[in-house]
Write a protein that binds this ligand. Structure first.
Ligand code: AHR
Length: 322
């Protein structure tokens, strides 16, 4: 009789273990829902970034909820709040500006939803409000643009007058590409930034700002330092309409290294394009999976990038993916 009882208990324990194991497998296999708030559709870079995120999600078996914030922080806050209400597993966003994120990220933290930053960084005291930041080092990109100018003008006594087409006011790439340039040229008095204005990372914005710069400063301008390719391309149109010769006089420094930027280098109108990769989708999906699996992620995942010049543009252009 005791044997029969023992066998019964063993069978119950085995059944319970089987059930636990199968629930565990279900939990591990449960489809992850990722709520992603994108900045907008302001540039060719952004279009490539959106495509990268949208195609990486199904490839990784992730259910993606996507919202375009049209370059407005309030829209990003609304989207994040709605992802919290929907109880998504992970929230990711590319913050339009650096400041003002604490309250909404506190809400995500209270709901125990992990947050991943992608592309742009934020300025918060409490760094526990996000798990990791995946993207470029914009400060280093700015330094790279500055170093190229230093080298290009090493035998020139100057003055070298720079006009700067800045990205979206308050955004990480605008702040850091400016700061990186300043860091490099600040001790060399021959370099002077004679004007700086935001073109909001758009082609139309770059064209409009450059039209005004061309009218005010004309042939005094030696360098156009544009924070992205779209603004550089808009500025090139404005300069040509004003009878200037972009790529010769003035020299044009740009960022992103998109197809448009490469074509302008091949055409001799952009001199140097500092790479900024938008292909962040696969890394983002991996990070979302890791965070759900309880793994510890590095606080900062930096993108590998380089600098392209006119000299190698034609050869490299066919290999470019965005
Ligand atoms: O945050 C990345 C920047 O945003 C890219 O340089 C620019 O093209 C985009 O709009």
């Amino acid at each position: 009789m005791a044997d029969v009882k023992r066998a019964g208990v063993r069978a119950l324990v085995a059944a319970a273990l089987l059930m636990t194991a199968s629930f565990g497998a279900q939990a591990a296999d449960k489809e992850i829902t990722l709520g992603f708030s994108q900045v907008g559709a302001e540039s060719a870079w952004r279009t490539a970034n959106t495509e990268s995120v949208k195609s990486a999600a199904p490839a990784a078996g992730i259910n993606l909820k996507f919202a375009d914030a049209q370059q407005k922080q309030e829209n990003q806050i609304k989207a994040i709040r709605s992802y919290i209400a929907q109880k998504v597993d992970v929230i990711a966003f590319s913050p339009v500006v650096e400041s003002g994120w604490e309250p909404i990220l506190q809400e995500a933290k209270a709901a125990k939803i992990p947050v991943i930053l992608t592309d742009r960084n934020i300025d918060v005291k409490d760094t526990s409000l996000y798990v990791t930041m995946i993207g470029s080092d914009f400060l280093e990109e700015g330094r790279r643009g500055g170093h190229w100018l230093e080298e290009h003008y090493k035998n020139d006594k100057g003055p070298i007058n720079i006009v700067e087409l800045q990205g979206t006011v308050g955004s990480a790439p605008a702040n850091d590409r400016h700061a990186g340039l300043i860091e490099v040229i600040k001790d060399d008095p021959k370099f002077k930034i004679i004007a700086s204005q935001s073109g909001d990372f758009t082609l139309a914005g770059g064209k409009q700002v450059m039209e005004a710069f061309a009218k005010t400063y004309g042939s005094k301008i030696n360098v156009v330092y544009a924070h992205n390719d779209d603004m550089a391309l808009g500025a090139i149109q404005a300069m040509e309409e004003a009878g200037m010769h972009p790529g010769k006089d003035p020299v044009v420094v740009s960022f992103d290294a998109t197809h448009g930027g490469f074509q302008a280098m091949v055409d001799g109108k952009i001199n140097v394009d500092v790479e900024c990769s938008p292909l962040l989708g696969p890394q983002l999906m991996q990070a979302a999976k890791d965070v759900v699996a309880g793994k510890t992620l590095p606080r900062r995942i930096k993108t590998e990038e380089t600098v392209f010049t006119q000299a190698d543009a034609a050869k490299i252009m066919p290999t470019r993916k965005y």
